[in-house]
Ligand binder design. Structure first.
Ligand SMILES: NC(=O)c1ccc[n+]([C@@H]2O[C@H](COP(=O)([O-])OP(=O)(O)OC[C@H]3O[C@@H](n4cnc5c(N)ncnc54)[C@H](OP(=O)(O)O)[C@@H]3O)[C@@H](O)[C@H]2O)c1
Length: 292
């Protein structure tokens, strides 16, 4: 039996998941959001009740998804708990934050509700784009109760996704991995763009160069994965080029470059590259920087 789904927070994630759950055979029991127009619009689209409070959603649905901003979770959990009466049958409340663990819902667990988190590892720019893009994405799942874990597993499979089960206490590690892959790629893009602009590159030309490079890298990653997608001087064992790069960069950027090279070297080594000279180059650079 599929659980009845409740949605609290009619934003990008709530709006997308509600529509997709409906498309995949789930009944959406109730929707709550503070703004009446937003709540009414989503409730109408998915054929749900427009509830008068978050607690009303929890009381009326088997599985409530709290798709509200991270900072609203603590207040919402205590508001639901204050009104909560032990239900005669299992009720679950799950949030969709990547940064917060299920611990933030502890007051609800203590009040007898099953709690967990289900984070779609996908950038929701809008409901429209996410409705198409979410297919095949991974979802990080935390839940202690077997029944809730089964519900969430089935839900992810129904939406065409993959589950990453997060062991207790490891949510921050999971989120750090996503931030490194997504946010810091943008950060590195910014650094590379600054370097190209310092050469006097024509405006827009630096974006053209970097976008083509990144698109090719992502295509290689999707096709070959790691370590085979790695190209460039590390995988050629080209210590002379690494030395030239370190000499060309300002001190802070060179220090960042060295750390990224150290993090990437194991991939070159997994390809059978002898990295002894490159490692020595990086060590020599570090020793010189410490002296200065
Ligand atoms: N955006 C992403 O890429 C993404 C990806 C994965 C996970 N997430 C997570 O999913 C959650 C929602 O993110 P989102 O991007 O969907 O945010 P969003 O578009 O800003 O939507 C959040 C909605 O929550 C409602 N809300 C705020 N406070 C509330 C409260 N106290 N009670 C009830 N409703 C409340 C707001 O509508 P009203 O003003 O009508 O209340 C708003 O529409 C966050 O935990 C976020 O970290 C986001």
């Amino acid at each position: 039996m599929k659980p009845t789904i409740g949605i609290v927070g009619a934003g990008k994630v709530g709006g997308t998941l509600a529509r997709l759950c409906l498309q995949h055979g789930y009944h959406i029991g109730a929707v709550y959001s503070r703004e009446a127009a937003k709540k009414g619009a989503l409730a109408q689209v998915v054929g749900a009740d427009a509830a008068t409070s978050a607690q009303a959603v929890v009381a009326g649905c088997d599985l409530t998804l709290l798709t509200v901003p991270d900072d609203a979770l603590v207040g919402l959990a205590s508001a639901i708990r204050m009104e909560h009466q032990m239900p005669a049958f299992p009720r679950a409340v799950v949030h969709t934050s990547g940064a917060q663990s299920m611990e933030v819902l502890k007051p609800l667990a203590e009040a007898g509700l099953m709690t967990g988190s289900l984070h779609p590892a996908y950038p929701f720019a809008s409901v429209e784009s996410a409705l198409h893009g979410l297919e095949g994405a991974a979802y990080a799942l935390e839940a202690e109760h077997d029944l809730l874990r089964d519900w969430l597993h089935d839900l992810v499979l129904a939406l065409g996704g993959r589950v990453i089960q997060i062991p207790p206490g490891k949510k921050a590690l999971y989120h750090a991995a996503l931030v490194m892959a997504s946010n810091y790629t943008v950060g590195l893009y910014g650094v590379a763009k600054r370097l190209l602009m310092s050469l006097g590159a024509e405006r827009g030309a630096e974006d053209a160069a970097l976008n083509a490079l990144l698109a090719g890298t992502i295509a290689n990653l999707q096709e070959k994965g790691v370590p085979n997608a790695l190209t460039g001087p590390l995988v050629r064992g080209d210590a002379g080029t690494i030395r030239a790069h370190l000499a060309a960069l300002d001190a802070d950027t060179a220090a960042l470059y060295r750390l990224l090279a150290l993090a990437t070297l194991p991939l070159a080594e997994a390809r059978g590259v002898d990295t002894t000279e490159i490692r020595q180059t990086l060590e020599d650079f570090y020793a010189r920087e410490k002296e200065i």
